[in-house]
Design a protein around this ligand. Sequence first.
Ligand SMILES: Cc1ncc(COP(=O)(O)O)c(C=O)c1O
Length: 471
Amino acid sequence: MTHVLSSLEEIRTNIRHTDRQLLQLVKERLAFAEEVATIKKSRGLPTINLDAEDATMTNLTNYATEMGVSPFFAKRLGELLIEETVRVEDASRPRQSKDQMLKEIFELTQKLTGKGVKVTRFEIGEPNFPAPPEAIKALSSTFRKKKIVGYGPAAGLPQLREALADELNRQHNAKIDPDQVLVTPGARFGIFGTITSFVSSLERVVIPQPAWPAYEECVSFINGRTVALNTQFENNWEIDIASLETELKKGVKVLVINSPSNPTGKVIPKKKFSEIVELAAKYNTMILSDEVYDRYVRVPAASILETGYDNFVYINSFSKQFSLTGWRIAYLVTSKQNALRIRRVIQTAMTCVPEFIQNAAIVAIEHARRVAQRNVNAILRKVDLTCRELEKIDVSFHKPEGAFYVFPKANKPKFDSVKFARQLLEEHHVSVSPGQSFGDYPTFFRLAVSLPESQIPSAIKGIGKAINEWQ
Ligand SMILES: Cc1ncc(COP(=O)(O)O)c(C=O)c1O
């Protein structure tokens, strides 16, 4: 018996010794990661390299099979090693989020205006027309009714979900059941809830670029992987179907589409939209279709709700339609099963969208559509004016087919729009968003046209002057 116990202790000592060796090897591996980080830094390469991650996972699985170790364990080990490698690389070279880049210009602008400087603001991505008076009246009247100040259902008020389903069914000739609709605190939260519900660590999300940076933020929040599918100005911002298929083939959890697009104003043509959906169906990829600018269109825009595809999440919001950005109310549509999963995120994180806001939203849908659309059309006319003025300066751009953004390219080689945006703000008091906030687009910048019409011509003249002075 003593003999058995002592040999058990001996084996345990050996195990502890092996653990120590394992850790020693991990330490050596991480020292390589630091070397890699230094090289990447000197060459301006991104921290995350999906091909290198793929190679690590494939190697580990092959070694595991060779050695008779569980491939499942090898996969988990690979994930841990990759996570730690990225953490070490990040520590030696912190990544700047694109969302933060956008906020930087916003904060700089606030600072200047705080000092009394008059800034022409082309950087604010929200409509500048007033919120519908009917909705505001409804909001204050619900305050007076004591019984609606408690917690509400996480999925949203049944009356609002019904009203939304009815409206969407009319708009898209669809058959959406109210149980498929969720009320979310902003489209941003709908996107967050979708990504956190369906994407796990290291899983891939394809985001055609240029794109609103919040998608990528959500993916990195859960340690997923963004696959940036670049579209080109020269190709009229069209998604290339062959490149998309190359990515989907590798195994992708979610494909994001945003039509009309922030920042290009591109509307995906109906035929292309169908091809994208067909491809997603072929690889069983979920489509997250962000349609928050669907009322800002000059050409017919396709909707995921009209395709019959069932692996989707449709995102929309009261923010841009009704100029209710600060109210934080939006909605999504998906299958009933998916809705239950996303509902859990809402319930866990914030119980529900405040009920008085939802009541006012019902009134907005029922009574304020016409007025809101008139305001939307006025913004589209301001986009026209902006385009006419842009034609007079040294930029190239496609006239947007939707949304209220223009994404011009400065006709200057080696243009750096982050630097340009700062200079323009400080020297000409005009704020724009740098192209790098939306992907690898340093020669582009975004104009959000939600400012008074009278300010547009002189501000664009200022932009033209700053581009001419650029060296
Ligand atoms: C494409 C896109 N989706 C969603 C949103 C955010 O909408 P919400 O205010 O409902 O969160 C924005 C805001 O700029 C956006 O550009």
